[in-house]
Design a protein around this ligand. Structure first.
Ligand SMILES: C[S@@+](CC[C@H](N)C(=O)[O-])C[C@H]1O[C@@H](n2cnc3c(N)ncnc32)[C@H](O)[C@@H]1O
Length: 336
């Protein structure tokens, strides 16, 4: 790489530097996808593949209410129409079900009190919040000696990680909303695949008092921007077509250790999408890049990438992983 180019990519850009400029290829940006996606060159992205916040109580989505979460996903989908190449694709990996406590729901079974993991009640949370009005949800959790997730569940009834089997849990199917938002954006539902993960034994109640299944799979919804799509049988080998290219069910394990990032998806997921839907040299976008998995898959496939994450520490981790993968430093751009 010429020294001048290397010097420029080692610079730490600021929001003002970005003014009016298109985001660059092979770069990871820190900032909100809703702002930064507007700076992507129109019609430039061959494939956008991502896994968004699911609204399941993770720390990186603590800033979102349920309505805020819906607005975020809807807006990010909408911004794709402008930047996808005609004939290009958007692939969204998401679990299809959300769970909410619904006290209006008839109680169809006995509540098994002995199985409750935390004895903390909603009243205790509310009382702690009124005594410490400035405290964050995490600080309240520390005060009460429970997890932030318990505080969230007591306040919002968002109890997916407690399992669907709790009584008075209303489930919400996410796929219909995603489809509607994509259609509103001018993107057509093209296909969907199922990713079968290893069953999450630790998080699941195999002997629950309900007929609800353990969550052991997620969807990959694929949307198409109208335009000419090149169909090239040579993108995969004959055996790859048979093993996964033409298959509706993809089976590979999830990332077990989440000590690096709370919700990494396995490299195999973006890798397959990239191999199927793009050619070498194409640009792949991930507006929720997290630890950088999509960028690593793009590098592995000889594609370019643009990654965005709201959290500086995730973006830094992604840059680091990219740096290791390609042996060159990545652009460091901070959007405040
Ligand atoms: C499910 S994780 C993505 C994990 C990623 N696929 C990986 O393998 O590491 C979702 C990511 O979205 C980021 N995020 C949340 N809100 C965002 C926003 N408004 N704009 C950009 N990134 C956001 C979070 O910080 C988190 O890293």
């Amino acid at each position: 790489m010429p020294p001048a180019v290397r010097a420029s990519i080692q610079r730490a850009y600021t929001a003002t530097d970005l003014n009016g400029r298109a985001l660059r290829e092979n770069s990871i940006y820190t900032g909100d996808a809703r702002q930064l996606m507007k700076l992507i060159e129109p019609n430039s992205i061959a494939l956008s593949v991502w896994s968004p916040p699911y609204y399941v109580g993770k720390a990186y989505e603590a800033y979102l209410t349920y309505e805020g979460w819906r607005c975020l996903i809807q807006k990010v989908i909408r911004l794709h129409f402008e930047i996808l190449q005609p004939g290009g694709f958007l692939a969204i990996n998401i679990a299809d079900i959300l769970c909410f406590k619904d006290e209006q729901m008839p109680r169809i079974q006995a509540d098994v009190v002995s199985r409750k993991k935390s004895p903390i009640t909603r009243d205790q949370v509310l009382s702690a919040m009124s005594t410490h009005p400035e405290a964050t949800r995490y600080e309240i959790a520390r005060l009460l000696g429970c997890s932030e997730q318990t505080v969230d569940r007591r306040l919002n009834g968002n109890n997916i990680r407690g399992g669907k089997s709790e009584v008075q849990t209303r489930v919400k199917i996410v796929g219909g909303m995603i489809e509607e938002w994509a259609l509103d954006a001018g993107l057509y539902p093209y296909d969907r695949r199922i990713w079968v993960k290893d069953p999450a034994w630790e998080n699941s109640r195999w002997a629950s008092l309900s007929y609800r299944a353990v969550d052991e799979f997620e969807y990959i919804y694929i949307f198409w921007k109208p335009g000419v799509t090149k169909y090239d049988r040579c993108r995969l080998s004959a055996s790859e077509w048979v093993e996964w290219g033409s298959r509706g069910v993809w089976s590979f394990p999830s990332v077990r250790a989440n000590d690096q990032h709370e919700a990494m998806y396995p490299l195999e997921l973006p890798y397959r999408a990239i191999r199927l839907f793009t050619d070498p040299g194409d640009i792949v976008l991930d507006p929720f890049i997290g630890s950088g998995t999509t960028a690593l898959a793009a590098i592995k496939c000889g594609r370019k990438f643009i990654g965005i994450d709201r959290e500086a520490k995730s973006a830094a981790m992604a840059r680091e992983r990219v740096k290791i993968a390609e042996g060159t430093p990545c652009l460091k751009i901070q959007m405040s």
